[in-house]
Design a protein around this ligand. Structure first.
Ligand SMILES: NC(=O)c1ccc[n+]([C@@H]2O[C@H](COP(=O)([O-])OP(=O)(O)OC[C@H]3O[C@@H](n4cnc5c(N)ncnc54)[C@H](O)[C@@H]3O)[C@@H](O)[C@H]2O)c1
Length: 438
């Protein structure tokens, strides 16, 4: 394939060398003449393991050329990778100036280009940038229509500096963010041979995945370091602790607890987090990230409350009250917080939860619900159809096929369903359905 690569920093230079190694003809484009001169001489513009030898070999092969001229690079290639920098601006926003200037000049070059062209954005860019900013710029400057005369797509880059050639060859996965088959096929032709899963998604989701991965990595490092500081103060070996934490592939290093849903609660997580924070405070250990978890969790409850209040409806039906499906434990259940709030606002409330039978509640569980929702007995009903019938808004916090079936069977056209647990009912309930976060 004839490929042009815009931006020859860590991502662009490594991609150029690896794609040329794999037999493609690659044109490197940068505004920095020093980088172009280095590559033309068979030298690497970035310090990376293996790059000295690889760049020497691929330049010697004759498959690499460099230029400052966008137009010539576009004319001589069928696909472009855009890898220019997207640094932080002073206020923390993303400085997209290099990207915007480049989109204008690629657009102008496309004006006269015969045949189709695929532009693959690889720089990390905030979600929506390709569709809302770059595509319109390309269309304006080219006078051509995206999706017909050229294509855009987004493929996040996951290489890490220091191991970038190895990461290029063994990425965690390939994400093809595209809205049409032609760019998906082009990405598969370029990267489909890599030993990893190839996933197709929307452009916006692909842009977001990159941020999500980086933020998750930052979160993991911070969690390990906060834990280590607390361990140090407690005279516990942090490596022994984190090594064991990582050995749990069921709940810790796994997809568990990583599905968007409702706030956490129950008899363990909130109290143990509070005890950890107290322990840290007693020993003057700062845990800013873990210290923010309960507040973040509370915002999720507030978000659900705001969604219900925004409907303007006054008869609320809650499907579920315990802190998760399959238990009658009400302690610190975020659904109890919701119920408490709705009653405080003077809304009419009815509740269905097949696991919660007041006559069987005991001890701390009973005391918790009596303190938070004193007249709970008069609100709980054992017939889900009756709760649905009496409500204008249904807040669904219980999972499972019987709940989904009852909703599909009984929900009326004039009702709103706020789904906190991602039931597979979105399509059946159409306009009446709201997920918590969309
Ligand atoms: N460095 C990494 O490990 C890494 C990993 C994944 C993703 N990313 C993302 O990839 C993008 C590039 O990162 P990088 O570290 O390679 O950046 P970099 O700063 O090392 O290189 C960017 C290059 O773009 C060039 N450039 C700027 N404007 C240009 C233009 N109009 N035309 C051609 N070239 C132009 C610059 O001269 C520079 O050589 C960023 O968005 C970054 O967030 C980086």
């Amino acid at each position: 394939m004839d490929i042009s690569i815009f931006g020859l920093g860590y991502v662009g230079a490594v991609s150029l060398a690896c794609l040329a190694r794999d037999g493609h003809r690659v044109i490197g484009v940068d505004i920095d003449q020093a980088k172009l001169d280095l590559i033309a001489a068979g030298k690497t513009p970035v310090v990376e393991e293996g790059m000295v030898e690889l760049m020497r070999d691929v330049v010697a092969s004759g498959r690499v050329s460099v230029t400052r001229d966008t137009r010539s690079a576009i004319m001589r290639s069928g696909l472009s990778l855009v890898c220019v920098g997207t640094p932080s601006a002073a206020n923390g926003s993303q400085d997209q100036s290099a990207m915007l200037r480049l989109a204008e000049s690629i657009g102008s070059a496309l004006r006269d280009k015969p045949g189709a062209h695929v532009i693959v954005f690889r720089s990390t860019i905030v979600p929506g940038t390709v569709e809302d900013t770059l595509r319109p710029l390309l269309e304006k400057y080219s006078g051509r229509q995206e999706g017909i005369e050229f294509h855009v797509c987004f493929q996040p880059e996951f290489l890490r500096e220091g191991t970038s050639i190895r990461d290029y060859d063994r990425p965690p996965f390939t994400i093809a963010g595209a809205n049409a088959q032609a760019p998906r096929d082009a990405l598969r032709a370029l990267f489909g041979h890599l030993p990893c899963e190839f996933h197709e998604t929307s452009i916006r989701a692909a842009e977001m995945v990159k941020y999500c991965c980086n933020n998750f990595h930052a979160l993991k490092i911070t969690f390990a370091n906060e834990t280590a500081r607390l361990c140090e103060a407690l005279n516990v070996d942090p490596f022994a602790v984190m090594d064991l934490v990582c050995k749990d592939r069921q709940l810790n290093i796994s997809p568990a607890y990583l599905k968007p849903g409702f706030a956490f609660g129950g008899s363990c997580l909130p109290k143990d987090l509070r005890a950890t924070l107290h322990l840290a405070k007693m020993r003057d250990v700062e845990l800013p990230m873990q210290g923010a978890i309960l507040a973040s969790n509370r915002s999720h409850v507030d978000h659900a409350i705001a969604k219900v209040i925004a409907t303007g409806k006054r008869r609320i039906g809650m499907i579920g009250l315990s802190f998760k499906t399959g238990t009658d434990d009400l302690r610190e259940s975020p659904l109890v917080l919701l119920a408490e709030h709705f009653l405080g606002k003077g809304l009419a409330l009815s509740i269905y939860d097949p696991e919660v039978q007041l006559s069987k509640l005991l001890g701390a569980n009973l005391r918790f619900i009596e303190r938070h929702v004193p007249h709970i007995g008069s609100l709980i009903q054992d017939d889900i159809a009756a709760v649905i019938a009496q409500s204008d808004v249904l807040v669904v916090g219980l999972d499972g096929a019987p709940i989904a079936d009852a909703l599909v069977e009984h929900v009326r056209e004039d009702q709103v369903v706020l789904d906190l647990v991602n039931l597979p009912v979105r399509a059946s309930l159409r306009g009446r359905y709201q997920g918590l976060c969309w």
